[in-house]
Design a protein around this ligand. Sequence first.
Ligand code: KG4
Ligand code: ZN
Length: 371
Amino acid sequence: MKILGIESSCDETAAAVVEDGVRLLSNVINSQIDIHAVYGGVIPEVAARSHIEVILPVIDEALERANCTWDDIDAIGVTYAPGLVGSLLIGSLAARTIAFLRQKPLYAVHHVEGHVYANFLTQLGNGTSLPQSVPKLEPKFPLLALIVSGGHSQLALFQGHGDYRLLGQTQDDAVGEAFDKVAKMIGLPYPGGPSIAKAAEGGDPRAYQFPIAKVAGEYDFSFSGLKTAVLRTVQRETGVDHTFPSHELPGRVSQASNRNLQADIAASFQYIAIKTLVQRTIKAYHEHSPASVVIAGGVAANTELRAQLSQALPIDIEYAPISLCTDNAAMIASLTYYMSQSVKPSDPLSLDILPSISMSKTAWATDSLSV
Ligand code: KG4
Ligand code: ZN
């Protein structure tokens, strides 16, 4: 069964074709990073406009690279939640229109659930621009998933497809958001995650001791205190007081007498942010004894996370390629396949977007009624 996935929830316009949930035939991603980097973050109106311009060519390219015509496509899956309103609208309207005109079943996919399914892509077709390698084995249930992106930080336990519950989540900022904000504070370019990771290579992770926040729920996270601790340290190290505005700090950091300040802050912040994620994941692993552990979302691209987790877990873990950790439509197409085995398609004439619905409250999640 060949599924066309469409993703446009934030600043990537993406389309992909996946066969039987596991075989990646094409994966086209048009990133807007260069457009938004000028502003240091995503501007929603600009993102929506860019999606409009490229969505149809991106879909055409995904079909072409997969060597498919519309006749080969059995169903369409599109991200309908959560995300930026204007961005979600473009992808969902494109998918609805195509599903209606081409008479294809249409599935509404939750973006954050979708991230987990990047780990189910274990086979590669012959298309161009596919990742060089993918995990060899499909994850097994029960499956523990650490989902860490720009908008979400969650631990979820899956007993089967669509059958999961959230063990914990962030009480304030998502970890990716903390990477982005700290990067901005010390003058590193957007997006902050990869910039911090790169700068950290030249820094000392023990130069500054940042705290791991204590939270009530044993699997919950909190990153806003860490962000403030970094801010106070950067202010102190650059000789200004706590009233000094954070947006003027990059200038101070670049003039600091400690030439390694930026790299040391990046390394110390990254070390503790990742340690927080790993601690909770390992605790959940020992409590629930899952058969597999996966990481998902943009922050799953982080090599420090991969290294710390591999070291701490008593089982082997395979990681999805970086290009499938950050936003893409292949993960949406994979999840669509599993949804299509048990969920009815949506009506293309009435499918609505839900910009802020959280994971586990979707029609697909079995505990949706109990939350
Ligand atoms: O999943 P994603 O592409 O978009 C959302 O759904 O939010 O995640 C984007 C987030 C950003 O906060 C970005 O800074 C972070 O993932 N990120 C990273 C890395 N690559 C992307 N964070 C840490 N290390 C990385 N290598
Ligand atoms: Zn995402």
